[in-house]
Design a protein around this ligand. Structure first.
Ligand code: G
Ligand code: G
Ligand code: MN
Ligand code: NA
Length: 249
């Protein structure tokens, strides 16, 4: 199927939607926030994998407007459903580089009356944000608005330790591959040392991909702050979500 064509029609034909995956405090088990994930359907109503359409949307530039739509929707839903939690959204490097990005975020927050610290933008280190002057400037602008900046997929990219020192991310999300490697003693040592390093640098640490009770217990032992994963909550449309009591992140 013609993904670029679908992406062109996506907003007009309402092919794009969002789901939310809860983020939990490891210690208390309360909800800290929700990650917003974009979904795209074709004209027959079938879901297309983000692994397929996100790279195309980045390539054609469609991600810029779709990404704004997602953040707008997420802010509206958080206010309308009174969830009071932090809502995070993934931001690709193409979006981050657009000069108008910080202003458009400010406009969205103002229009919905959402406090800036209730929005977190997840940037990935799988990209070279470091040499991009505009991206770096935009991150500083967003931060001075009060928006949280989180680092997604930590451990898998190139920027690594240099970028965590440079950007003072509010939360660092350790990629789920590191948790899944914890079946071996070596894998557990690796995760343990990553968590320690990040905590020693003063970061709040989130581990993704919690699928078993053993993994959850391991995260508690390691002193991880926050977790996300199919064991504790799958991505769901807002209409179908519970409204749990919310703590501050
Ligand atoms: O659930 P999941 O399959 O949705 O996500 C797959 C990938 O797509 C993840 O890497 C996620 O960060 C990315 N992704 C999901 N939603 C968005 C979005 O709104 N914007 C961007 N840029 N990436 C997204
Ligand atoms: O790269 P990013 O962290 O934005 O990716 C989010 C993706 O991770 C989404 O596709 C989401 O569906 C997926 N995901 C969330 N929790 C789990 C989990 O427990 N196990 C696996 N395998 N994937 C998960
Ligand atoms: Mn993410
Ligand atoms: Na991730």
């Amino acid at each position: 199927q013609d993904i670029p064509e679908l992406l062109r029609l996506a907003l007009e034909k309402q092919l794009v939607s969002v789901v939310y995956q809860p983020i939990y405090d490891v210690e208390s088990g309360s909800v800290l926030g929700y990650e917003t994930l974009m979904r795209l359907r074709n004209l027959r109503g079938e879901l297309i994998s983000p692994a397929v359409f996100i790279p195309v949307a980045e390539h054609t530039g469609a991600i810029v407007e779709l990404g704004i739509w997602v953040i707008d929707q997420a802010c509206r839903d958080m206010v309308e459903y009174g969830l009071g939690a932090v809502v995070s959204a993934n931001v690709s490097p193409i979006q981050l580089k657009a000069p108008s990005f910080p202003l458009r975020i400010a406009e969205i927050l103002q229009r919905h009356g959402l406090a800036p610290h209730k929005l977190a933008l997840e940037v990935t280190e799988g990209i070279d944000i470091v040499p991009e002057a505009q991206a770096e400037w935009n991150i500083q602008q967003l931060r001075s608005l009060g928006v949280q900046i989180w680092l997604d997929d930590f451990g898998t990219g190139f920027a690594g330790l240099a970028s965590i020192r440079r950007f003072e991310f509010d939360v660092v999300k350790i990629d789920r591959s590191f948790l899944h490697d914890c079946q071996t003693a070596e894998g557990r040592r690796m995760l343990n040392d990553m968590v320690r390093l990040l905590r020693n640098l003063g970061h709040r640490v989130l581990v993704e991909g919690v699928e078993t009770a053993d993994q959850q217990a391991l995260l508690r032992r390691l002193g991880v702050h926050a977790m996300q994963g199919f064991l504790v909550g799958r991505p769901l449309p807002i209409e179908t979500m519970d409204r749990p009591k919310v703590d501050r992140v």
